[in-house]
Write a protein that binds this ligand. Structure first.
Ligand code: CDP
Length: 210
């Protein structure tokens, strides 16, 4: 059996990895999975039940009862969902509960997946791995434009602080911390617009998948 074409896109919040991953998937005709949604939806299920996303038993139970339709909810973005996602994501049992779904998604036909640990844990043998990054100021600016365009009332300073806290938690947790895989190509998008980032990423991915 040939190795499935897996493109692993990891990186910190608002680095441009989601936009990039979606465009790569369309160009390569591969299915796309935003794995952050799994953690966001798990956090939401805990909040819906009036629980605490930092509680390992409650978070694991929510991850185990997650259904595909939970990923379509409209309330998976914004400060509360961001924080709940980051809290459940630091719990090893939650990550274990979501592992099979992610591996199964890419196993049959290949896929582009974006997240924090795709190249390090979910698909360590993926032929193409990108670690997409950008400066904190630029990422905060992008996320600020995104949240204000949705009418959320947050200042740039709030967005920057919350993002820095979440990055710090994602990088320093014991379970699947955010870091580039040894064989990932680092793509810094601080001064790249979405088209330039896409062109550069396509070059790298084409070379790796060839
Ligand atoms: O869009 P943004 O980059 O802000 O976030 P996301 O990719 O939707 O991820 C939300 C949170 O889920 C992150 O802060 C991580 O804590 C967690 N996450 C993770 O641990 N592993 C993944 N593969 C994806 C997300």
């Amino acid at each position: 059996m040939s190795t499935p074409q897996i493109v692993a896109i990891d990186g910190p919040a608002a680095s441009g990895k989601g936009t990039l991953a979606r465009r790569l998937a369309a160009a390569l005709d591969l299915p796309y999975l935003d794995t952050g949604l799994l953690y966001r939806a798990t956090g939401r299920l805990v909040l819906d039940a009036g629980g605490n996303p930092a509680d390992p038993a409650q978070a694991e139970a929510a991850a185990r009862r997650l259904k595909p339709e939970n990923l379509d909810r409209a309330d998976l973005r914004g400060p509360e969902a961001d924080m709940a996602a980051s809290q459940v994501a630091s719990i090893p049992a939650v990550r274990a509960a979501l592992l099979d779904f992610q591996r199964g998604f890419g196993a049959a036909h290949g896929a582009v997946l974006d997240g924090r640990d795709i190249g390090t844990v979910i698909f360590p043998a993926a032929p193409a791995k990108l670690f997409v990054t950008a400066s904190l100021d630029e990422r905060a600016r992008r996320r600020f434009l995104e949240v204000t365009s949705k009418g959320l009332d947050e200042t740039l300073e709030d967005v920057r602080r919350e993002m820095a806290e979440r990055d710090e938690a994602d990088r320093n947790r014991a379970a699947a911390p955010l870091r580039p895989a040894d064989d990932a190509v680092v793509l810094d998008t601080t001064t790249l617009d979405p088209d330039a980032a896409f062109c550069r990423a396509m070059e790298i991915v084409r070379e790796r998948l060839a």
